[in-house]
Design a protein around this ligand. Structure first.
Ligand SMILES: [Zn+2]
Ligand SMILES: [Zn+2]
Length: 291
């Protein structure tokens, strides 16, 4: 079992290798600690899926739930929101002014956190924009703080829902079998097997290595990748059919512990390179607020 200490140690290792990530990783490793602590307080009823509905979903390779069905422990999420605002003020200069404002607004109940969570879970961009205008805080920052505070509840729900996936065949679709969101990261295990990591609920699932993970296109002249000589553990797969990209971490080339959340953040330069080449990854878009 990987511990928080190992995560902190791995963050330090990455920071030594790539000092440009020091600030952002110093912030995120504290965020992960706060989220881990919050997980212990979370109390949520299980999300039940009727057997008939489960059969239909399995037959049609549909995800178990829609993201709007995730349950959020509001009390725990509000505490995490305040904690993360505090961390941003101390460790993330680019976010600190708005973090201070949001923390104050929350303590005066001047804004409705539940409405923000609801808008994010339902992907109601207009509702997020409305809250953004009302508070004069960029929507990307609101989404970042909101999502980071909901993440422990989402994780608790996801771990409970994974029971429903036991014994099911591998889903050969380019989305998460739990919540239907796209992967933001992939990795190759010690045997070369490819796994994907959900951008929303962090579920990990096995996927075939052939072709694009999103659209399954497998034509040789459409599938490319790039990598940097000095970072052999990473490669970025590009698809000319759907114009998406996915970052892959090759665990056989890496001698540190693998924490998807850390590697996802410590590879933002690869997202930038892929975007400059004209490719997108909807699942990875949420990290942009930091910059
Ligand atoms: Zn998911
Ligand atoms: Zn594709």
């Amino acid at each position: 079992m990987k511990t928080l200490d190992q995560l902190q140690q791995t963050a330090r290792t990455i920071t030594n290798l790539r000092p440009a990530y020091r600030e952002i990783l110093d912030f995120y490793k504290e965020v992960f600690r706060v989220q881990e602590e919050s997980l212990k307080d979370i109390q949520l009823p299980p999300i039940m899926i009727e057997p008939g509905l489960l059969k239909i979903k399995q037959k049609n390779e549909l995800p178990l739930i829609d993201p709007s069905e995730f349950l959020i422990d509001l009390k725990a999420a509000a505490r995490t929101f305040a904690d993360i605002c505090g961390l941003a003020q101390a460790l993330a200069p680019g976010l600190s002014a708005n973090a201070r404002f949001l923390e104050k607004a929350l303590s005066r109940t001047a804004f409705d956190l539940e409405a923000l969570f609801c808008a994010l879970l339902n992907r109601h961009e207009k509702a997020v924009q409305d809250i953004s205008r009302l508070l004069d805080v960029p929507a990307a920052e609101l989404s970042l703080f909101g999502y980071l505070s909901m993440a422990p509840s989402i994780r608790a729900c996801r771990e409970q829902l994974e029971i429903y996936l036991a014994g099911m065949p591998e889903l050969q679709k380019g989305y998460c079998p739990v919540c239907g969101n796209p992967p933001d990261l992939g990795f190759l295990d010690q045997d070369g097997g490819q796994h994907l990591h959900c951008s929303f609920c962090s579920h990990e699932w096995k996927s075939g290595r052939m072709g694009c993970v999103f659209c399954k296109n497998n034509s040789k002249d459409m599938q490319h990748y790039f990598f940097n000589e000095e970072e052999k553990e990473y490669r970025v797969r590009l698809c000319d059919h759907c114009h998406r990209f996915i970052k892959l971490v090759d665990l056989r080339q890496m001698d540190r512990e693998f924490f998807p959340d850390l590697e996802r953040i410590a590879t933002l330069h690869l997202d930038m390179q892929a975007r400059e080449k004209g490719y997108i990854n909807e699942g990875a878009a949420g990290n942009e607020a930091y910059h």
